[in-house]
Design a protein around this ligand. Structure first.
Ligand code: ATP
Length: 232
C-alpha cells in the first residue's frame, strides 16, 4: 500500500539526520533539510525538495523559509545540546504538529521532554538494546521498547514450535505474550491478528507484544533451546 506523501523538515545532517533524510526522500516524501555546514547540505541537495545552509537557532531564518507549512520536524543536532534545545523550542512555538528530536544523553532527553518534544530518540542506546537482544537469542529478530514496561518483538519460530497451532503453543498462558501477526517464512503475505488454530512453521516470524519481564522469559527459553541444540 502506498503511503500518503508527507512533508518533513530535517535539521542537522550528521549520520543520523542524513540517514533519515535519504530514507524519507527515497520513499518520495517532501523533505527540506537545514544544516550550518554547507558541504553536508550540498551532499544531499539533489535528493531533497529544498536544502538550506543556515543556522537553525535563528528564528527569523526559519520563518523566512516558511518551515511551519511542513507536517513534521526532526531535530538531529548532536553535540551542540544548546542548539538542539533552542531549535526545538522555536519549532514548538511555530506550532509543529510533531517534533522528533535526537538526544545526546539522558539529561538532554529530560529537557527535551519538558519543552514538549513529541518523540525523543536515543539512537545509540536504543540500537544497543535491540542489538543485545538479537545477539543473545538468535531467534529475536527485532526488539522495540514501547514503554518502560512493554515491548514488541519479532521472534523467529524455533524447531520446537514447528507444526504447532497458536493454541498449542499457548504463548499467552505460558509467557503472557500476545501474537499480533505471523509472517510466514516463504510468503510475502502477513497474517494479521491470527486465530488460535493458525499453524506455525520453524522460521516463521511471530510479532509479539508483552511486558519486558514476560518477553525476557520467552527469550531465555529460546536461548536455552538453541544452546541445547548447539551442544547436542
Ligand atoms: P551523528 O552521530 O548523527 O553523526 P552527531 O551526534 O555527531 O551526529 P553533530 O555532528 O554534532 O551530531 O551534529 C549533527 C549536524 O547538525 C551537523 O552536521 C551540524 O553541522 C548540524 N548542526 C549543529 N548545530 C546546528 C545549527 N545550529 N543549525 C543547523 N545545523 C546544525
Amino acid at each position: 500500500m502506498k503511503q500518503a506523501k508527507r512533508s518533513f523538515l530535517v535539521i542537522g545532517l550528521g549520520r543520523f539526520g542524513e540517514s533519515i533524510t535519504k530514507t524519507l526522500a527515497s520513499l518520495d516524501h517532501e523533505v527540506m533539510v537545514i544544516d550550518k555546514d554547507e558541504a553536508k547540505v550540498n551532499k544531499v541537495a539533489d535528493l531533497v525538495t529544498q536544502a538550506v545552509h543556515a543556522d537553525a537557532t535563528d528564528e527569523s531564518v526559519l520563518k523566512e523559509l516558511g518551515v511551519s507549512n511542513l507536517d513534521e520536524a526532526i531535530v538531529a543536532i548532536g553535540d551542540d545540546i544548546q542548539a538542539s534545545i533552542l531549535t526545538t523550542l522555536i519549532l514548538k512555538d511555530m506550532g509543529f504538529e510533531r517534533i522528533v528530536v535526537k538526544a545526546k544523553n539522558d539529561y538532554h532527553g529530560r529537557v527535551l521532554e519538558k519543552i514538549g518534544a513529541d518523540v525523543i530518540i536515543h539512537p545509540e542506546k536504543d540500537m544497543g538494546i535491540r542489538v543485545a537482544h538479537s545477539i543473545l537469542s538468535g531467534n529475536i529478530i527485532d526488539f522495540i521498547e514501547l514503554s518502560p514496561d512493554y515491548s514488541l518483538v519479532e521472534v523467529a519460530a524455533s524447531q520446537t514450535m514447528n507444526g504447532k497451532s497458536l493454541k498449542e503453543l499457548n504463548l499467552r498462558a505460558k509467557y503472557g505474550c500476545t501474537v499480533l501477526a505471523i509472517k510466514p517464512k516463504d510468503e510475502e503475505k502477513i497474517n494479521i491478528s491470527p486465530s488460535a488454530n493458525d499453524m506455525v512453521k520453524a522460521g516463521d516470524v511471530l510479532v509479539l507484544v508483552g511486558t519486558n519481564r514476560d518477553l525476557s522469559k520467552l527469550e531465555q527459553e529460546l536461548l536455552d533451546e538453541s544452546l541445547t541444540r548447539e551442544f547436542r
